[in-house]
Design a protein around this ligand. Structure first.
Ligand code: SF4
Length: 249
C-alpha cells in the first residue's frame, strides 16, 4: 500500500483531521543533540506539564494551554518544507494522539525527532519516531529526573529508533545527577540499548558559552564513568550562539 492510500483510509482521514495546538512552525537548524547543525523544520506544540517551570526555560511563551492555534494535521504538514522535522514544545507528550501526528509525518516522507522532558510516557510514539530525544531535568532546572518514566521509555525502546538523552548542565551537582540517572538506566538494560544510546551534555545557556564549554569538557573528561559510552557528545546550543533567544529561528 502506498503512502497516499494509507492516509486515504477512514483512519487516515481521522488522523489528518485531528487538531493540535500549534505555537509556531518554522525552518531552522537543529541546535542541540547529535543532529546538531542539520537543517530542519520545527513544530512547536503548546503547553508544558512542568510546574513550576524549569528555571532556564526559553520557551515560556509556549507553556500556556491557550498559547497555540488549533491546526489539523493536514494543515501542519502543508506548512513543512524540509524532510527532517522536530516536534517540540512545551511538552509534546502531553497529547494523547501524538502518535497520529508522528505517523502522518512519517507517511508524508519526513524523518521525525520528538523532543520531550522525560516526565510523560507515550509508548505509542516509539513505533513511528526516528529519534526520541529526552532531556531529563536536573537540579539547575529546579527538578530531578523522573526515573519511573525514564525506565518506562528505556523498556519500550525498539530499534531502529535512536534514543538520545540530553543533559543541560550548570555545575558538578548536575553531572552527579546525570551519572546517577545513566547508571540506574543502564544497570538493567540490553547491550543493544547501551550501544545505541546517544548521550549529550550541553552547558546551560547563560554566561560565556565558550567558557562553559571548556569547563564542561574538562568536567566530563574527569569522570571515568563516561569512558564506557560509545557516543557521548559535549555540545553548545548552536541556535543560541547564532540567534540568542530569538523566536522562530
Ligand atoms: S520542560 Fe521544557 S518547555 Fe517545559 S518548562 Fe522545562 S524547559 Fe520549558
Amino acid at each position: 500500500m502506498t503512502t497516499g492510500h494509507i492516509m486515504n483510509t477512514v483512519r487516515g482521514q481521522m488522523i489528518l483531521d485531528h487538531v493540535f495546538p500549534v505555537v509556531e512552525i518554522f525552518s531552522s537548524i537543529q541546535g542541540e543533540g547529535f543532529l546538531i547543525g542539520q537543517p530542519c523544520d520545527f513544530i512547536r506544540l503548546a503547553g508544558c506539564n512542568m510546574n513550576p517551570s524549569c528555571s532556564y526555560c526559553d520557551t515560556k511563551y509556549a507553556q500556556g494551554e491557550v498559547s497555540g492555534t488549533d491546526m489539523p494535521v493536514r494543515d501542519i504538514i502543508k506548512q513543512l518544507t524540509r524532510k527532517p522535522v522536530v516536534v517540540t514544545g512545551g511538552e509534546p507528550c502531553r497529547f494523547q494522539r501524538l502518535d497520529w501526528l508522528v505517523e502522518a509525518l512519517i507517511h508524508h516522507g519526513h524523518v521525525v525527532t520528538i523532543e520531550t522532558n522525560g516526565t510523560l510516557f507515550r509508548p505509542e510514539v516509539m513505533w513511528h519516531t526516528n529519534v526520541l530525544s529526552i532531556s531529563p531535568k536536573l537540579p539547575n532546572a529546579g527538578h530531578m529526573p523522573n526515573m519511573p518514566v525514564l525506565r518506562a521509555w528505556r523498556d519500550a525502546w525498539v530499534p531502529p529508533t535512536v534514543f538520545q538523552l540530553k543533559f543541560v548542565i550548570s555545575d558538578s551537582t548536575d553531572i552527579d545527577v546525570a551519572v546517577q540517572t545513566l547508571d540506574e538506566l543502564l544497570c538493567a538494560c540490553s547491550l543493544q540499548f547501551e550501544c545505541g544510546l546517544e548521550v549529550v551534555f550541553q552547558p546551560e545557556g547563560s554566561g560565556d558559552i565558550l567558557d562553559r564549554m571548556r569547563w564542561l569538557t574538562v568536567a566530563i573528561a574527569d569522570r571515568a564513568f563516561f569512558n564506557r559510552f560509545e557516543r557521548v557528545y559535549i555540545l553548545p546550543q548552536l541556535h543560541k550562539l547564532l540567534w540568542g533567544n530569538e523566536r522562530g529561528v
